[in-house]
Every structure is written in structure tokens, then in C-alpha cells.
Design a protein around this ligand. Structure first.
Ligand code: FMN
Length: 405
């Protein structure tokens, strides 16, 4: 085994958290929290992941408040699920001693079809805007947050982080990308505010930095905080790489422990972060709302623009961020083969997050450790991602088809 692969599969520390190797599970909202409750479905999915050799799994899309949910089945961090979270984290650690668990902290901002709003009358983002996701559910417009709303949002990050630490998470990952709440503030396309939260990058970063500060205060100095940022929105007037590097530098200076660099937005061009086959066809199949189904048929091809798959598709831009910051770097995006793991390590990244490869094969890390020529088998058909709202949530259809044949 090369020195780089040996490094990938050897113990490391994330901030001050010891990990058994450098391969981490990426946040992938799995659609396994019916009524927002983290029960057996979610536990069993992540049990498979942690038993497969991954050093740290990430529970995706843990929203910081009820109204931060994209749909009404998502989990939000609140006292009502304290016992379930504690149980899940305990069981995962029992299933794979030495494994760590991270939770991705998110808020949908202006992009939501959740009609069961608790505090708000409609979704809120930085500026008044068309809510493409909510249009078919009777919420075509999102409003603009007041400064009071912003203060409240910051508090939800603090409260959620505290709960997550208390219930056995070992790290948190703040979602600053993919067109959700905090990323809507960072992007000049969605943030058209004229107060101290809009305009210059310093102003657009004010809320994201306040959220980071609040989370740090809640969890303390030695608890790892990761941040997932966008390298580019990939849309006209959106965030571009030069500004993204400055976003990274600002988060680094503010004390983030590690950065993960993705790109694209769920609202305008999700295929930028997935690459490969379009999600459109699968989403149309699963969609229950007839208006949404029709909308997807009519404008799906414009929204799900085609970006061909290539291994390590974010590597070049992520290296530019790596060169600018002092914090640890986690590579994400199209790392499907063992030689790709080797390459990312050779480029000096500290960790690698895998999404689809671990959905395809939860035992990938064990297999890769044993055999450099092991093939993961994920073909980036993205059918797993189309299933996030299917009954029971995501799975790899290729595996099911292989079992059936
Ligand atoms: C089913 C599915 C759900 C996802 N949900 C999330 C999510 O909740 N949060 C997030 O930041 N990224 C999400 N992603 C994107 C992944 O974290 C990752 O950025 C992307 O899949 C590229 O990594 P990969 O090539 O290793 O799969 C999701 C991806 C998939 C396949």
C-alpha cells in the first residue's frame, strides 16, 4: 500500500477529536425520519455505514428549528427528540466502537415546501423571492427576514448545537452551501439586502459568521465544527470562486476546524454538486403533488442542467481554498475509486467525505483497505437522490436490482 493510502486508513484527529481513519460519510438527507423522528430507519441506515469502516458518519440535514425544514418529514433539533437522538448516537457507538458522529446543521431559508410552519407564516430568506419549491404547495413567495428574525435564527443555531453535543454528537457541520439559509445570505444572487446583512461580502457573511460564533460558544473550543461551503453557485450573479475563497478565509479566521468545498444550489442547479445522470426523471416518478409533477416535467430540464461526471470534480477549486486557509480540509465530490482516495491524500487534504459511494456500498472503506483494486460500483445514476421523499427514504436501486436478479 502506498504512503498516501496508508495515511488515508490510519488514525487522525479532526480538531481535537481522534478518528480511526480519514474517510468520513458525507451528509446525505436520507428521508428516514418519518414525522421528524429519528427512529429505527435512520439508526439502521447509519449502523450499516459505521460498521463498514468509516471513521465518522454525518447525520444530514438536521434543521435548527421546525421552520427550517424543506418538508414536514425532516428532523429538527428540539427537546422532543432528545431521547431518540441520545439513543441513536449510543447505539451507533455500540455498533462500531471508536466511530464518531457528526450532525449537519441546516436551515432551508427561503426554499421550502413545508406547510406545517410553526412560527412563521411563510418561509423567510435574506430578500423577498420566488420560492420555486413551495409554489405548488401554495407558498410561491418567501419573505425577507427582519433583523429580529436574524437574531432568532442565530439563537436556533446555538440551541441546536448545544442539544447535539448533549445527545452524543462528536462534531457538527454547519451548512453554508447548496442554496439553503446561510448560503442564501452569502450569495449575491439571493441576498439583495441594503442593510448590514447585504451588499459587500463582509455584510453578506455577517449572519453566517454570527451563526458560527453562536455554535462555537454553545459547544466550546475543543468540539469540532466543520463547514460546508460552495465553491461557486454556477449561476449568473451568484457566488463565484474568488469570493468563495474569501468566504473560506473568513470562516478560517473565525475558528472553523475544517472546511468541505462543494458547489451549486438546490434551487437553481443541483446537478453541479451531483454531476452525472439527471435527478429529473426519478423525482417526477416519486412526486405526489400533481402540480409539482407537471412543473418538473415543464421546467425540470432547465433546472437540472447536465454536468458530466468526472472523478474528483471539485479537486482543482478545492485546492485553491486549501492554499488559502490554515484549517483542516475535507475533500468532497466524486471520490469513487481507491486511486482517487490516494490522489486526494497526495494533494494534502486531511479527510475525504463520501456520499453516494457509501450509499452504494457501506462497507467500501473495509473493502478498499483490503484491496486497492476494489471497485465501488457507484455509477452516479443519482437514483438514490431521487428517492429522498420516497416511502422509507433512500437506497441504492442498483443493489436492489442486483439482489433481485
Ligand atoms: C441522497 C443524497 C442526499 C443528499 N443530501 C445532502 C444534504 O442533506 N446535505 C448536503 O450538504 N449535501 C447533501 N447531498 C450531497 C452530498 O453530501 C455530496 O455533496 C454529493 O453527493 C457529492 O459527493 P459524492 O460524490 O461522494 O456523492 C446529498 C447527496 C445525496 C446522494
Amino acid at each position: 500500500m502506498s504512503d498516501h493510502l496508508t495515511r488515508a486508513f490510519s488514525p487522525a484527529t479532526l480538531g481535537q477529536l481522534p478518528l480511526k481513519n480519514r474517510i468520513l460519510k458525507a451528509a446525505t438527507y436520507e428521508g428516514k425520519t418519518p414525522e421528524g423522528i429519528p427512529g429505527e430507519l435512520l439508526l439502521n441506515f447509519h449502523k450499516g455505514i459505521v460498521q463498514g469502516g468509516t471513521a465518522m458518519t454525518t447525520i444530514g440535514y438536521c434543521t435548527t428549528e421546525a421552520d427550517g425544514r424543506i418538508n414536514d418529514q425532516m428532523m429538527w433539533m428540539h427537546e422532543g427528540i432528545r431521547d431518540q437522538l441520545t439513543h441513536m448516537n449510543r447505539e451507533l457507538k455500540n455498533a462500531a466502537p471508536g466511530v464518531a458522529i457528526s450532525g449537519q446543521m441546516t436551515h432551508c431559508g427561503n426554499f421550502s415546501k413545508n406547510r406545517k410552519l410553526q412560527r412563521l407564516k411563510r418561509p423567510l430568506g435574506p430578500s423577498r423571492q420566488f420560492n420555486s419549491l413551495g409554489a405548488a404547495s401554495g407558498m410561491p413567495f418567501a419573505g425577507a427576514m427582519t433583523v429580529r428574525d436574524i437574531d432568532y435564527l442565530v439563537q436556533t443555531y446555538a440551541d441546536a448545537a448545544r442539544l447535539m453535543k448533549e445527545t452524543g454528537f462528536d462534531a457538527v457541520e454547519i451548512h453554508f452551501s447548496h442554496g439553503y439559509g446561510l448560503s442564501q445570505f452569502i450569495s449575491p444572487r439571493t441576498n439583495r439586502r441594503t442593510d448590514e446583512y447585504g451588499g459587500s461580502l463582509t455584510n453578506r457573511m455577517r449572519l453566517p459568521l454570527r451563526a458560527l460564533e453562536a455554535v462555537r460558544k454553545a459547544v466550546g473550543g475543543d468540539f469540532p465544527i466543520l463547514g460546508k461551503i460552495g465553491l461557486t453557485d454556477g449561476i449568473k450573479d451568484g457566488l463565484h470562486i474568488d469570493e468563495a475563497i474569501e468566504v473560506a478565509a473568513m470562516l478560517d479566521t473565525a475558528g472553523i476546524d475544517a472546511l468541505i468545498c462543494s458547489g451549486g444550489t438546490s434551487s437553481f442547479n443541483p446537478m453541479l454538486y451531483f454531476r452525472g445522470d439527471t435527478l429529473e426523471k426519478g423525482l417526477i416518478e416519486v412526486e405526489k403533488n400533481p402540480i409539482m409533477k407537471l412543473g418538473l416535467k415543464l421546467i425540470g430540464s432547465r433546472m437540472f442542467r447536465f454536468y458530466p461526471y468526472e472523478e474528483l470534480y471539485f479537486l482543482d477549486d478545492a485546492k485553491r481554498v486549501r492554499d488559502r486557509v490554515n484549517c483542516q480540509m475535507v475533500y468532497i465530490g466524486g471520490c469513487t475509486d481507491v486511486p482517487s482516495i490516494e490522489k486526494v491524500m497526495a494533494e494534502g487534504f486531511d479527510f475525504i467525505q463520501l456520499g453516494r459511494p457509501l450509499i452504494k456500498d457501506p462497507d467500501f472503506v473495509k473493502h478498499a483497505m483490503a484491496d486497492r483494486n476494489y471497485k465501488n460500483g457507484c455509477i452516479h445514476c443519482n437514483r438514490c437522490a431521487s428517492l429522498i421523499e420516497a416511502p422509507g427514504g433512500i437506497y441504492c436501486p442498483l443493489n436492489l436490482e442486483a439482489e433481485a436478479s
